[in-house]
Design a protein. Structure first.
Lengths: 340, 628
């Protein structure tokens, strides 16, 4: 486990001197501020943190952070972050990516980082659109979506990102909406404290090419009725009046109203974020408005051995038992001498 | 370790001995016959006897093609000599074939009058048909050009193991030791080497250990007792090779060792990001076993992740490398551009194979030179260095690392399938003579002397930018693939700045030329014809030019270690010869670079057969271009 000296820090300690150049009103501003707040609260100084991104609007993130940063190439941030983390396990590494960057061009690196459980915090800004290339459907765009590259409607079936992550063996899976600063703070703090790959889907609004994509969930007046905040060990109760619950009927989640049909709070599904069986996290990953309230918060937090640590441990173990003698290595197992 | 060549026989021999200067022997059989192992064991014994050696494994892409088919034939050629040799030999003096398919596929490599030893048992109707023989070539006069020795290997192996209770399959697997025993007798090789090897290999299986000992000795005894072999051959220890401690090394092993040595000499941990690909995978195998040196290996999910992880590790100040072959280089192209743009040290090893596309995975070729030099989007210059032989790959790998670190640049190291899998004796360097590599890290704000941190400030001598050590306060900075402002490294779209940066990146790679020593010329430094090679044709070209010089021809030879940049004095060297001949295993790539840079009408010799260019081919090409 990385042990770092905690110090008193302010969010501005994580702001770089670069002018932030996202479109006015972009959801990314709130996410950036949230991350800077979370890092300040965590108390690890900027020089022990590295921010890595691929390509896309979200991937400008490293330029606006005062940490070490690397704006890499499209889809490859998890691979670059893996190499860095294996070389330098003592640094905390955050990856900023988008729905196109992580799930389309970088899909392979994304699933393999999750499978290996590299100690990375992967924030995927999901605006269900390609923004930087000015508006094409993405792997999370809804079926039938009309965009510049799908004028008659997209015939692509979308991913459920959290379900994909659970299927790829992700140890930590969470979600929040860009406008919900409270949940953002809680989720980012939990991700920061998690040792292993922490995957966070951030529902983010693109004001230019897909404005209002999450409005049905994000607007304050509906949020309580259309989302559910998952809390470990607590029953799944939601709604403005906290009168609705989720229960499990076999392996099928179901919405019910407390007090109706003889159902009470005791019938609600109790969230277990540490469940080693991924089945329930998988079910949560598929729940979507309007059939269900959209789950927010930490779906899964299930610590298991961490890849970069395992590599370092193996090296350390061999170094304990075997002396590194370069001349002996070069000489090999069998050699001979010519001449005097 | 054996400090002096000594010879152990199983017993006294009554047969006469003929002394030879050099012998080329080729073993061929099914890929399951243990041909590569047999060949390497014979090589080890020849090296231990003080011969100079060079090998060429020639194996199929299929792991186990159907038994007895042409597709499944695996070959191994060894050249052992009492002289200093540079190639595994054009054609063989001795060919050992384990079945008809091996004969059909490899007969063309046997010199007329050469010794052909055939496993006669395997020449049955089924195997003959699969190899395309209408009738048994051992029984008609179709092999009259060779000295044919028919040996019933399977039957004799079975006889030697009678009563041991082994299964038919186990007996079948022992027969390569019979063949090995026989050739050990034929060439007076030290049997103790194989005895030790059998002891180690079968330590946990005593019945197989005993069986293989028996079969090996039976093969040796057969040589001594049978009437068919009348003489033994002796190739004395080589006298004209440099004194020192030697070992046998393959090109892939040498690359791995060179990387570890560079890691130790630079004090930087070694990180390898790699995806398995023929014929480069052995480098990953070797390095994953060197953990005591702090080597971290990452078997990535694909070629792209292989290089990207290495770039991440380099950003984290490790000595980072990625290893692959041509198709993998194609996939890594975009990431190489990122390494060029971010000016991070990185070594990309391309063990070239036949292309395009999947091409000839197990065969050698040199057709990735232009890909190495030009194969990226934008103006993306990168130093390119090539190894010329298996043992030379150590120095080439070390040098690639040294330049990558010193100039903060990706460097491509080119080897090929022939260098990678071929083996030869290597004069092992003494560690205390290896140069140190100064990583020259920027690790503290104190090194800035009160100035602002400028991630793209350049060293005046090398034009290298600082390699900033992550994790230190005050040195936080951001890099990326977008164009940089000069010095600050901030994102920049300014037209004049882009122009300047393109020129700066080129100037930095050009500056590597100051590291290249004066071009060494074999032969006179002016004359009728100069042979210019890069990579593996070096050995054949050098041998050919030596022989032609001995015949009084006005021929010289130059081999290029650096392909980008080219040696500063190369232009003046080329212009001192009437004709420049460039043999390459491609359709003419170096020749394009030389014509472009020096405006000289070079001549090419291009044979692209998945095989090394031979000494005879180069000699003929030279003679065709010399005035008669």
């Amino acid at each position: 486990m990385t042990e770092l000296n905690r110090v008193d820090l302010k969010p501005k300690d994580f702001q770089s001197d670069q002018e932030v150049r996202w479109c006015p009103g972009c959801g990314d501003y709130a996410i950036l501020a949230g991350v800077q707040r979370a890092l300040a609260k965590q108390g690890i100084p900027a020089h022990k943190v590295v921010t890595i991104a691929g390509i896309g609007c979200s991937s400008r993130f490293p330029y606006y952070m005062s940490t070490y940063g690397f704006h890499t190439i499209h889809g490859r941030a998890p691979a670059i972050a893996t190499g860095l983390k294996v070389a330098r396990p003592e640094l905390q590494v955050w990856v900023a990516t988008g729905d196109g960057d992580a799930l389309s061009i970088g899909g392979n690196h994304f699933i393999h980082a999750l499978r290996r459980n590299v100690d990375l915090k992967i924030m995927m800004f999901n605006n269900k659109i390609y923004g930087l290339t000015k508006g094409q459907f993405s792997p999370t765009s809804e079926f039938g979506k009309k965009t510049k590259s799908s004028p008659y409607g997209s015939v692509d079936h979308p991913f459920y990102p959290l379900q994909l992550a659970v299927g790829a063996e992700a140890a930590f899976v969470a979600r929040f909406i860009d406008v919900d600063a409270k949940t953002a703070g809680d989720v980012l703090a939990a991700a920061a404290a998690f040792h292993g790959t922490a995957f966070i889907e951030i529902l983010q609004n693109c004001v230019i090419f897909n404005d209002g994509a999450w409005d049905e969930l994000a607007q304050k007046e509906f949020r309580a009725d259309r989302t559910i905040l998952l809390e470990h060990g607590k029953p799944m109760i939601y709604g403005q009046k906290r009168d609705k619950g989720i229960r499990l009927v076999g392996t099928r989640p179901e919405v019910f109203t407390i007090g109706e049909n003889g159902l009470t709070e005791a019938d609600a599904w109790v969230h277990d974020a540490h469940d080693t069986d991924p089945t329930r996290a998988f079910l949560l990953g598929r729940m979507e408005w309007p059939e269900f309230p959209m789950p927010m918060g930490v779906l899964r937090s299930n610590a298991r051995p961490v890849f970069d640590q395992l590599i370092c441990n193996q090296v350390a173990e061999i170094q304990q038992s075997k002396k590194a003698d370069l001349q002996k290595l070069l000489d090999g197992r069998s050699s001979w001498v010519v001449g005097a | 370790m054996s400090d002096a060549p000594s010879s152990h026989d199983f017993g006294p021999s009554s047969k006469p001995v003929e002394t030879l200067e050099s012998v080329v022997i080729r073993f061929a059989g099914d890929s399951g016959d243990g041909i590569q192992l047999t060949g390497s064991q014979f090589t080890a014994a020849s090296a231990a006897a003080g011969n100079d050696t060079a090998t060429f494994p020639d194996y199929p892409a299929e792991i186990r093609a159907p038994v007895g088919t042409l597709a499944g034939v695996s070959g191994f050629q060894l050249h052992f000599s009492s002289k200093d040799i540079l190639t595994p030999g054009d054609r063989s003096d001795v060919l050992v074939v384990m079945n008809p398919a091996a004969l059909a596929a490899h007969k063309k490599w046997l010199k007329p009058g050469g010794v052909l030893i055939a496993n006669a048992d395997a020449f049955n109707q089924k195997n003959l048909l699969m190899a395309g023989f209408a009738e048994n070539p051992l029984e008609n006069d179709s092999l009259a050009d060779y000295q044919l020795f028919k040996v019933d290997l399977a039957r004799l192996t079975g006889q030697a193991l009678e009563g041991m209770g082994l299964s038919a399959k186990e007996i079948e697997r022992c027969k390569n030791y019979f063949a090995l025993g026989m050739v050990f007798w034929l060439f007076e090789r030290d049997v103790a080497i194989i005895e030790d090897e059998i002891d180690q290999k079968f330590a946990s299986k005593p019945h197989l250990k005993e069986a293989n000992h028996k079969v090996f000795q039976a093969g040796w005894n057969f040589g001594e007792n049978t009437e068919i072999f009348r003489i033994r051959y002796r190739v004395p220890a080589a006298q004209d090779i440099a004194p020192g401690r030697y070992r046998s090394v393959s090109g892939n092993e040498a690359v791995a060792l060179g990387m570890v040595a560079a890691s130790v000499q630079s004090g930087r941990q070694l990180f390898l990001g790699s995806y398995p690909i023929t014929p480069a995978t052995d480098i990953l195998h070797s390095l994953s076993g060197f953990k005591e040196f702090g080597v971290k290996t990452f078997q990535a999910e694909d070629e792209i992740a292989g290089i990207c992880s290495a770039i991440g590790a380099s950003f984290g100040n490790a000595l980072a490398i990625t290893t692959t072959s041509g198709p993998g280089v194609a996939l890594k192209t975009e990431a190489m551009g990122l390494a060029v743009m971010t000016e991070l040290p990185l070594v990309i090893v391309n063990v070239q194979r036949g292309g395009p596309s999947t091409g000839l995975p197990t065969k050698t070729e040199q057709a990735d030179l232009l890909q190495a030099i030009y194969g990226r989007n934008g103006e993306s210059p990168m130093p390119v260095i090539a190894a010329r032989s298996p043992s030379d790959a150590f120095e080439a790998a070390f040098e690639a690392c040294r330049i990558a670190v010193k100039y903060r640049t990706p460097v491509m190291l080119l080897t090929d399938g022939y260098i990678a899998n071929g083996a030869e004796p290597w004069l092992i360097p003494r560690v205390d003579t290896l140069p140190k590599i100064d990583p020259n890290l920027l690790s503290s704000t104190e090194q800035l002397n009160g100035e602002k941190l400028l991630p793209y400030l350049r060293d005046p001598g090398t034009l290298a930018r600082p390699w900033i050590e992550l994790g230190n306060p005050g040195l936080e900075h951001r890099i990326g693939g977008l164009e940089k402002w000069d010095k600050t490294g901030h994102i920049a779209y300014d037209p004049q700045n882009h122009h300047n940066m393109v020129k700066l990146r080129q100037a930095k790679v050009d500056a590597v030329a100051q590291e290249i020593p004066a071009t060494q010329i074999l032969g006179k430094d002016s004359g009728e014809l100069l042979v210019v090679t890069w990579g593996s044709p070096w050995g054949s070209a050098r041998t050919a030019v030596r022989e032609l010089i001995d015949q009084g021809k006005s021929v010289s030879h130059v081999n290029l270690r650096w392909l980008n940049p080219l040696p500063p004095d190369l232009g003046t060297v080329l212009k001192r010869f009437s004709t420049v001949l460039v043999p390459e295993i491609n359709n003419g790539q170096l020749i394009k670079l030389l014509r472009d840079k020096y405006l000289i009408d070079c001549k090419g010799y291009n044979r692209i057969a998945g095989l090394p260019i031979t000494v005879a081919e180069i000699k003929q090409a030279v003679l065709e271009h010399l005035p008669s």
